[in-house]
Design a protein around this ligand. Structure first.
Ligand SMILES: Nc1ncnc2c1ncn2[C@@H]1O[C@H](COP(=O)(O)OP(=O)(O)OP(=O)(O)O)[C@@H](O)[C@H]1O
Length: 242
């Protein structure tokens, strides 16, 4: 949408991504060469022990922290390339990256539709268009009947679906989900992963799920393990049924 143009539907790719915090003797190399390729429509897992660099990688992927080196392309557009970066990372975050967190973080004084429509409205889209797009997504996520409700009137699972609608509203080429199922029981956790798989396919979005959750790890076809700042790809059990 808005300021950042790209070819939609080409996923996210990083090569040799590095991140050093600080300098001199106290410098920490949190990422030493991370490689990830997620195609449009694909959902992958990202797992790793504490301190391995997961949060740093997620922040770089989400254009929250700039890497020290390496390359990233998103939706067919180069974002970072060995010290160079696109000028407007804020517009990129707003328009081209969807975030889903452990807690839904809905705005309590806006109804469900406006929670989903808020970002495109702030980005300058007509309110009616943004709300129509929000309602379409809420329908697709089976919460269309709650479109006028306030967040506090929704169940936890409904709130998480609204948060997924909000992440998709700008049709981002990538969604970054940080422990999206941690507080949920098995059935609800698998429900959320099922929805992310369905939405990835329908909206041609690449989805990266950072997780420790043993309930959902068997659902991934591919998993990136991060250890000591480097990624290793493994085939998962991929027992997804959506
Ligand atoms: N702002 C920072 N300044 C200096 N070092 C940092 C900073 N942020 C993270 N680190 C270091 O970088 C390394 C990777 O940290 P990161 O937070 O990415 O790990 P993580 O895998 O997300 O861990 P956890 O699962 O415990 O959150 C760690 O050694 C950490 O101490």
């Amino acid at each position: 949408m808005a300021d950042v143009e790209s070819t939609p539907g080409e996923g996210i790719h990083i090569e040799g991504l590095r991140k050093r915090y600080g300098r001199g003797e106290t410098a920490v190399d949190a990422l030493k060469g991370a490689d990830i390729a997620v195609a449009a429509g694909e959902v992958v897992g990202l797992v790793g022990p504490s301190g391995s660099g997961k949060s740093t990688l997620l922040k770089c992927l989400g254009a929250v922290t700039e890497p020290s080196g390496g390359r990233m392309t998103l939706g067919g557009r180069v974002i970072y390339d060995e010290g160079w970066r696109i000028p407007d990372l804020r517009a990129l975050r707003r328009d081209r990256i969807g975030f889903v967190f452990q807690a839904p973080h809905l705005i309590p004084f806006l109804n469900v539709t406006d929670n989903v429509a808020l970002l495109p409205m702030l980005a300058g889209h007509a309110n009616a268009d943004a709300r129509a797009r929000a309602r379409e997504l809420l329908e697709a996520l089976d919460v269309g009947h709650r479109a006028q409700a306030m967040p506090s009137q929704l169940s936890g699972g409904e709130q998480q679906r609204v948060a997924i609608a909000r992440a998709l509203v700008s049709r981002p080429p990538v969604i970054l989900a940080d422990e999206p199922t941690a507080p949920l029981d098995s059935e609800r956790a698998l429900g959320v992963i099922g929805i992310l798989n369905r939405m990835a396919r329908e909206y041609r979005t690449a989805v990266i799920v950072v997780t420790h959750d043993e309930k959902i790890i068997p659902t991934f076809e591919r998993i990136y393990h991060i250890r000591d700042g480097r990624t290793h790809e493994e085939l998962g059990e991929g027992r997804m049924s959506t």
